[in-house]
Every structure is written in C-alpha cells, then in structure tokens.
Design a protein around this ligand. Structure first.
Ligand code: XLS
Ligand code: NI
Ligand code: NI
Length: 442
C-alpha cells in the first residue's frame, strides 16, 4: 500500500524495496522474494507470511553482557514514554511498509514501557493499541502474533506462571490478559507463549511438578478468556531448552508436545519453532519441524540462525540455504504452517550500526527463505527424493509388513517370520547420493 510515514522520515534515503530478480546489482532489492510469484499453488507471500519482530528491530540496542548500547535510534529520544512509543510505531511502520513485508509481532513491553502499576501499564498499552490500529489500517501491515514479556522484569526472576509465589503468578496472568486484549483489538492472528523464565536454576529449591501444573493452568485460563472474547486465532508455545534459565520446561518440540498432551491442551495450542532454539537443544531445525509436523502441530516459525561455534542464542538473520531448503521440504510435505507465519526473530550484529543494515538483514533473510522454498518445490517436482523415501518403506506396503502396520500381527508371528526367512539383505540408505541430489537444485 505504499510507504507510511509519521511526522518525520526515519529511514531517509531508502525507498520502497522491490523485487528486481537474481541479477540485480542493487543491494537494497529482493533477488528471490517476489511476493506474487506462485510456487506449489500459492504465492510466496501466502507461503511465507513474513513478520518483522518489533523487539529486535526497534528496541534491541546492540548491547551485550560486556557493553552497553551501540544502536542509537532517533525514535528513542523523547522524554514522555507515550510520545516515544508513538515515534517508535511510526518508525516501525515506515520500515515495514518500505520492506513490503505483510506482518509484525510484538511483546507488550516492546510497544510501550511498562513502568507503572498493572492498571497504568494497561492504560499505556491501550493508548498505543489505538495508534497501532490506525497504522495497520493505513499500511495494510497486520499483526501475526502478540505476546507478553514475562521474563525481563525482576519480579519474574523466579519464574512467571511457574513462580513459587502465587502473587507473582497473578501478575503474570494480568499481563497475559492485557496482552491478549491488545492482540485481539489489533486483529492479531495468533498469540505466542514463550516461557523465558519458566524453568529452574536448581532443583534444590524447585517443585517441578507443581510449577508445570501452574503453567498448564494459566494456559487453560488464557485460552478460555480469549475464546470468550471471540479470539479465533491459534495459540503457540515456543520451545527453547535453556537461556535464561538453566533448564526450561519447554525444552524442545517433543517435550512440549508431551506436556500439551498431558494437560489436554492439544486442541488450541501448537508450536512456534525457532532455528536457534532447535540447535541449542542439540537438534537440527529440520528435526524440530518434523517432530511438530508428525504431530500435526506445525504452527509458526521464528526464523534466525545460531553460530556454529557459540553455544547461545545469537539470533542472527537466516542465511543458510541448505538448512532452509531441507526445512521447506518438510514444511511443504506437511501442507504448510497452520495459521502462523515466519517471524524474523533475529537481530543485526552489535557492530552493524547503519540504518541500512536493518534493511540488508531483512532483505537477506527474506531472499534466503524465498530461494529455499523455490528450491524445495523444484526438488519435490523432480520427485526422486520423495520417491526414494517412500520406496524405502515399501516392505510395509503389502503382505505381512502391511498387516504389522495395521496392528494385526503378534510377537510370536514376527518371531516365526524371522526364523523362517533368511538374513535380511543390506539395503543402502544412500545419504550421499541424496545430499548430491539436493545440491543439484541449490
Ligand atoms: C527468545 C525468544 C523470544 C520469543 C518471544 O529467545 O525467541 O524472542 O520469540 O517471546
Ligand atoms: Ni523466538
Ligand atoms: Ni530466541
């Protein structure tokens, strides 16, 4: 819908980012993300549903444990927090409209400072919600998901919904209620729970069973509340194994699925998977995608990447074509994401201090993923990969193998078959051949 400016232009000298194709020399153009291009029956825009993360792009200041801010924002200058929050919203919508990406995501405290009582904070967020609603209308940019930041404030140091002190749990609940109200008011399509402090540092002071039951109860109450208010969207849990707590309850996809099953929460919740969280858990992102897809719970994605050498959540912008091509093979096979989209939960490096860097980061991310999606579709069209996979299991497609899958054989029958049949022949898994096959398309 064109570029949306506030009182002033924050990203001067950068105009609308357009698709110019792989051969362009313009670094401020998309080479692969051609939003209207149709792949596997849908446009790239419909497949990818890219979102900009408010926290990394407009709040994150480049600080790290060893040093303060390196990113200085012109929208962060006014004294009054509401005026400052409005400036930030102006900058955000200018940026998103220039990039032409369809969605954004936020935590409550990204939008406006929460520095008062519960009711004062609610009032501030409501004021900004009104403002964001106008911005959304003017730009066509939509809210992919909202969430509550239940990890930064010191009251959450022992956990939020899993805090051993009930009064802190009520504060967490209140914050969720207010964030849900804002998400609903903005037509948010989903709501995310990432439990930053939901875990423990030491079992010596922790009743894990009780804490997890409290978390489940808050999820249930939150869903109930939102549904009563007419929210039709999806709820996602975002797994992460550690950081900030030593051991987070939502460790990985399989753990979260077990938890959801245990507390009967599978109807309303599915997963928001993040690349760097997968690798922190000792998995590939592809593994996490496959676990969620197999359970029918592949909801939404946080796109970023970790670092091969560092063991923490570096949240770099995605640029690994192989990783994302393999990922899209899984996503396409699963029929796409259920209700979610792809949020760039990624930040520019501490020393990427030019305004243009924020554009390069998102353009590179969008192009990497678009290119990977197109590549994965070509691999699927070619067919040899999927054919190899299915043929690998064809001994279960007929005869006793089929009867086994249908649950119609007992252990004695399997014993009998093994004793009657010769030693199974060796069948190659042909991994190197398949890796070469994928490389042909990249
Ligand atoms: C942090 C998480 C966070 C969630 C939203 O590691 O990825 O950014 O996506 O709370
Ligand atoms: Ni995330
Ligand atoms: Ni993360």
């Amino acid at each position: 819908m064109g570029i949306i400016l506030g009182d002033r232009e924050y990203f001067k000298g950068i105009g609308q980012i357009a698709y110019e194709g792989p051969d362009t020399d313009n670094p401020l153009a998309y080479r692969w993300y051609d939003a209207k291009k149709v792949v596997a029956g849908k446009t790239l825009e419909e497949h990818l549903r890219f979102a900009v993360a408010y926290w990394h792009s407009f709040n994150g200041n480049g600080g790290d444990p060893f040093g303060g801010r390196t990113h200085f924002y012109p929208w962060d200058e006014k004294k009054d927090k509401i005026a400052r929050a409005r400036d930030k919203a102006d900058a955000a919508f200018e940026f998103m409209s220039k990039l032409g990406l369809p969605y954004y995501c936020f935590h409550d405290v990204d939008v406006v400072d929460y520095d008062g009582t519960v009711l004062e904070n609610e009032k501030s967020l409501n004021t900004l919600t009104e403002y964001l609603r106008e911005k959304q209308k003017a730009s066509g940019v939509k809210l992919l998901w909202g969430t509550a930041n239940l990890f930064s404030h010191e009251r959450f140091m022992n956990g939020a919904t899993t805090n051993p002190d009930f009064s802190v749990v009520t504060y967490a609940a209140a914050q969720i209620k207010i964030a849900l109200d804002a998400t609903i008011a903005l037509g948010g399509e989903n709501y995310v729970f990432w439990g930053g402090r939901e875990g423990y540092m030491s079992l010596l002071n922790t009743d894990m069973k009780r804490e997890q039951a409290h978390f489940a109860e808050i999820l249930k109450l939150s869903i109930q509340y939102a549904r009563e208010k007419g929210f039709k969207g999806k709820f996602f849990i975002e797994p992460k194994p550690c950081e900030p707590t030593k051991h987070q309850y939502d460790y990985d996809a399989a753990t979260v699925i077990g938890f959801l099953r245990q507390y009967d929460l599978l109807d309303d919740l599915s997963l928001n998977l993040e690349v760097n969280h997968a690798t922190l858990a000792g998995h590939t992102f592809q593994h996490e995608l496959q676990v969620a897809a197999d359970a029918g719970l592949l909801g939404s994605l946080d796109a970023n990447r970790g670092d091969y050498q560092n063991g923490w959540d570096t949240d770099q912008f995605p640029n690994d074509l192989m990783e994302w091509t393999e990922s899209f093979l899984i996503i396409l096979r699963a029929g796409g994401l259920q209700g979610g989209g792809i949020n760039f939960d990624a930040k520019r490096r501490r020393n990427s201090t030019d305004t243009a860097d924020l554009f390069h980061a998102h353009i590179g991310g969008a192009d990497t993923l678009a290119r990977a999606l197109i590549t994965a579709d070509r691999i699927r069209q070619h067919g040899a990969l999927d054919q190899f996979r299915s043929e690998r299991y064809n001994s279960f497609d007929q005869g006793d193998g089929k009867r086994f899958e249908e649950g119609r054989l007992d252990l004695k029958k399997l014993y009998q078959l093994a004793s009657e049949n010769p030693e199974p022949r060796m069948i190659s898994g042909r991994q190197e051949y398949l890796e070469n096959l994928i490389n042909r398309f990249i």
